[in-house]
Ligand binder design. Structure first.
Ligand SMILES: C[S@@+](CC[C@H](N)C(=O)[O-])C[C@H]1O[C@@H](n2cnc3c(N)ncnc32)[C@H](O)[C@@H]1O
Length: 229
């Protein structure tokens, strides 16, 4: 058996034991195969929009002999799914904007029973904003280092009564500064915000830079507070 990398292992840790899983953008299908091998899911559909990755997924499903639990399906996002086929849905390793497109075409996800486990690579704030506006709340979030990069993954469900959106949430979601990897993720966000604020200041847009500078201060104080505790 193969070892699952830290990034996918974090996603796997958020999947409910015994669930019916959909892995969207599965590519190699390592995540559902690994979960099936651990006896942690009742069944899984490994879906991809491109035939090449799907063929790779099918080959791996056969190679690791989990055909009875995992099937491969050609699907753009969740378009080729019935709501009853997926309880936990993982979408990992793609951009936040692509995830927004996928989620917006599956209104049946607005059901507190469905668990979404998301690990976006880019445009994370766009995704966070979309989720909050649509009534999704983040139940759990954690960052992890994998092959020299830091990623965040989160578990989100439809709970309009709990959904929140503020400037801090859009940057770091529900992360707390309580693990080295979470702290690293927060530091990376600070660096990105600093670059953006400097660019704005250089082009004379001080008023637009001000909220970013306040946000940077808030993030620094999170890091400092946690060291003090
Ligand atoms: C970088 S791979 C990520 C593989 C795996 N999920 C991971 O995190 O390691 C992204 C995969 O998403 C697939 N993909 C991109 N857009 C998609 C969509 N709209 N629906 C389904 N799959 C998609 C790509 O074909 C590719 O195989």
């Amino acid at each position: 058996m193969f070892q699952l990398g830290e990034r996918l292992r974090l996603c796997a840790s958020m999947v409910r034991p015994g669930c019916a899983l959909a892995d969207i953008g599965t590519d190699h299908a390592y995540l559902p195969i690994w979960l099936a091998k651990q006896g942690m899911i009742s069944r899984a559909i490994a879906a991809d929009v491109r035939p090449g990755p799907l063929e790779r997924a099918q080959q791996n499903i056969e190679r690791y002999q989990v055909q009875h639990l995992v099937s491969a399906r050609l699907s753009d996002g969740l378009d080729a799914f019935q709501p009853s086929e997926a309880e936990d849905i993982v979408i990992a390793g793609m951009g936040g904007e692509t995830m927004v497109q996928i989620l917006s075409r599956a209104p049946w996800l607005k059901n507190a029973e469905k668990h979404l486990i998301l690990q976006p690579m880019t445009t994370v704030s766009t995704l966070r904003h979309y989720l909050a506006v649509q009534g999704f709340t983040v139940l759990r979030e954690q960052a992890v280092q994998d092959e020299g990069r830091v990623y965040s993954a989160f578990l989100t469900v439809y709970r309009p009564d709990l959904a929140q959106e503020d400037a801090l949430y859009l940057q770091i979601g529900k992360l707390k500064a309580d693990t080295p990897d979470n702290r690293l993720y927060i530091r990376k966000r600070i660096e990105q915000l600093q670059k953006k604020a400097s660019g704005l200041a250089r082009s004379g847009k001080q008023a637009e830079a001000e909220p970013l500078l306040r946000l940077i201060e808030q993030l620094y104080s999170m890091l400092e507070k946690d060291v003090a505790n």
